[in-house]
Design a protein around this ligand. Sequence first.
Ligand code: SAM
Length: 282
Amino acid sequence: MSTELDIEIADIRRLTELIKDKYGYDFRDYAMSSFRRRIKRVIELYKFKTVDKLIQVLDTTPSFFEEFISEITVNVTEMFRDPTFWRVLKEQIIPNIIMNHDRISIWHAGCSSGEEVLSMVILLYEMGFLDKAKITATDIDTAIINKAKTATIAQKNMELNQKNYQAAFGVEGAPPPNLRKYFRDVGQEAVFDKSLLQNVTYRKHDLVQGPVFSKFDLVLCRNVMIYFNQNLQNAVLAKLHESLFKYGYLAIGSKESLIWCDIANKFIVVNNEEKIYKKIKD
Ligand SMILES: C[S@@+](CC[C@H](N)C(=O)[O-])C[C@H]1O[C@@H](n2cnc3c(N)ncnc32)[C@H](O)[C@@H]1O
């Protein structure tokens, strides 16, 4: 490393090798530029000054590892992110699944602090299908999964969430739908109505090293693979494919694509704008 902020590929490699050997997590195929930025951030935040120091702390202080994971993962999320995506779920995808199966199992892979999950719960509740649903929400980051379990959202984020909700489901000429009815105010937090979360399970799961653990009708893995290189995207997509029933749906982020992936021929595009795909081959 030439200066404290100039991190070489070799430094990253030493770091990821240590993490793999000592903790069993594999970050070797995370997209280099964003991963390097996050490492830099950790070094600055904890005033480690060098990658060597970070490696040494990770080697000698296992209790630091969970904190490290929280810092290097990008947890940015919002309710009803990409409102038009949620409209397509409501009008096309969910009715189609329910029509064929009379139930729906959903996996939010990389759910972060759970805003995507709460959005899904609200959507299913409003459609009258919440009691037919089984929802599993997972993330690699223990702290963020624990946050998701609290189903609380900072008041300062509620305005954007409301705006998205309105953009997704508002009807011209009708009063705007009000997201606040699902929350109660507790100081700086808006707390979601927990009675609606009975069919939701939160758990820690690593998409890279973790197993395929069930089959789903709908998998949302949005804005997660954007941090992976092509190699890792292929590997994770193979797992997502295996986690879907035949004719199940996969939704990825608006800036992501299946086009270049090994598994592309096992899916058809259902909605190219919203990045929704349907599994057509095992
Ligand atoms: C930007 S958030 C996306 C949240 C939500 N899906 C959305 O679109 O708003 C990305 C999430 O992926 C998680 N993540 C990163 N690597 C992961 C992995 N290997 N396994 C599971 N989750 C992972 C991060 O911890 C983070 O919470």
